[in-house]
Design a protein around this ligand. Structure first.
Ligand code: NAD
Length: 372
């Protein structure tokens, strides 16, 4: 198969982790007899520097013409004082909208080899396997009106954001969550703030209605504040978590902390014509350029790309199992090393995953040959 990809490395550690993800994708493609054709385009701060636009039209066109998009991260403190539409993050929000990517899947899986990395006791975190389904194109991140008033009013300037959801937007994301639950442990927890927000009351009503179409799935509802507490108290009880844009953004970072590091978390943004895959973390300016970032979130996003955009399940599983293998062999970037392991670089972690992919794909070939 020809895998036609657009790579948007972005800012900070984005290029460092994306490079390793591309090498791993190439290794998986070689091992399974696929070809990769890729083009690189600017986004975020890199695009602002080059073209004074965080999402140049050429980048959008390239993404829409490809089979899938792999993104690193956007964000650069140099642009912190820019108006909203000229910040790196505006490029990513626009890209998600251009791609129609309304369903953001954020798995948080605990690797047994990382028991020492979670701040939680092993018996609490062991077995954690959560799929956060975050609505990505609605809520306060996109709602209009939004503004900061220019002139001073009594009490100072006023800032406004609007949380907005339509029934149709809630219905389509709810269906994604229930469909995923059918292939997992048949549980959906819908997270909202229905005791305070109208958006959440509509959310709960619509999710309950859609849930009736899936009698095999157990649906629960939880306020976001209490869900945040339960996520650290009893993470293993969560299966699919269905929630709106901002709550999902916050809870998924928290889930990263629960399983050991934000640097491990991958994501897929799907629902439109072209899928967008990116690690959950940001551009991490505090460690950018040092070669110490954890590339596993980006690499695992590559696995999600193989699965969701190209339906290459064996290839995706091969990459995931390679990550699990290198972790169980003791490979740790600085965020995971703690006091017990010495840290390896971003590049070295990528190299080890590539080797593990080659080794495990070799095993698959041998097994097939023997069977034949
Ligand atoms: P961040 O995720 O970049 O970093 C938070 C902390 O986690 C930092 O201490 C960082 O060093 C660490 N970290 C993150 N990824 C890591 C990795 N792969 N390996 C090791 N450590 C890692 O969040 P932030 O500091 O709040 O934001 C920095 C910039 O990134 C901001 O400009 C923000 O807007 C942007 N951001 C972008 C995205 C995105 O592109 N999807 C997501 C979140 C934040």
């Amino acid at each position: 198969m020809l895998l036609n990809l657009t790579i948007l490395a972005g800012d900070g550690i984005g290029p460092e982790v994306t490079e390793q993800a591309v090498l791993v994708l190439q290794a998986a493609a070689d091992a399974f007899g696929h070809q990769i054709q890729l083009q690189r385009k600017p986004i975020g701060g890199a695009a602002l520097t080059a073209a004074n636009d965080p999402l140049p039209a050429d980048t959008v066109q390239a993404c829409l013409a490809s089979g899938a998009v792999l993104l690193g991260a956007v964000g650069n403190p140099a642009f912190d004082q820019n108006p909203g539409h000229l910040r790196p993050e505006a490029g990513l929000l626009r890209l998600r909208r251009e791609l129609g990517a309304y369903a953001n899947l954020r798995p948080a899986v605990f690797f047994p080899a990382l028991e020492d990395c979670s701040p939680l006791r092993p018996e609490v975190v062991r077995g954690t396997d959560i799929m956060i389904v975050r609505e990505l194109l609605g809520g306060a991140y996109f709602g209009q009106p939004r503004s900061i008033s220019a002139t001073s009013e009594p009490g100072g300037r006023v800032a406004v954001n609007t949380m907005r959801y339509s029934e149709a937007e809630i219905e389509r994301i709810a269906r994604v969550a229930f469909e995923l639950a059918m292939k997992r442990r048949h549980k959906v927890l819908s997270v909202d703030k229905a005791n305070v927000l109208e958006c959440s009351r509509l959310w709960r009503e619509v999710v309950t209605r859609i849930g009736k179409e899936y009698p095999g799935v157990k649906l629960g509802h939880q306020y976001v504040d209490s869900a945040a507490m339960l996520l650290v108290q009893r993470p293993t009880e969560f299966d699919v978590v269905l929630t709106e844009n901002m709550f999902g953004d916050i809870l998924s970072d928290q889930a990263g902390g629960v399983v050991g590091s934000l640097g491990l978390l991958a994501s897929a943004s799907i629902g439109g014509p072209v899928g967008l895959y990116e690690p959950v973390h940001g551009s991490a300016p505090d460690i950018a350029g040092k070669g110490i970032a954890n590339p596993l979130g980006a690499i695992l996003s590559g696995a999600m790309l193989l699965r969701h955009s190209f339906h290459l399940e064996a290839e995706a599983a091969c990459v995931e199992s390679a990550v699990s293998t290198v972790l169980s062999q003791g490979a740790r970037t600085a965020d995971l090393a703690g006091k017990t392991h010495s840290a390896i670089s971003t590049e070295e972690m990528g190299r080890r995953v590539v080797e593990a992919v080659r080794a495990s794909a070799g095993t698959v070939t041998t097994r097939t040959e023997k069977t034949a």
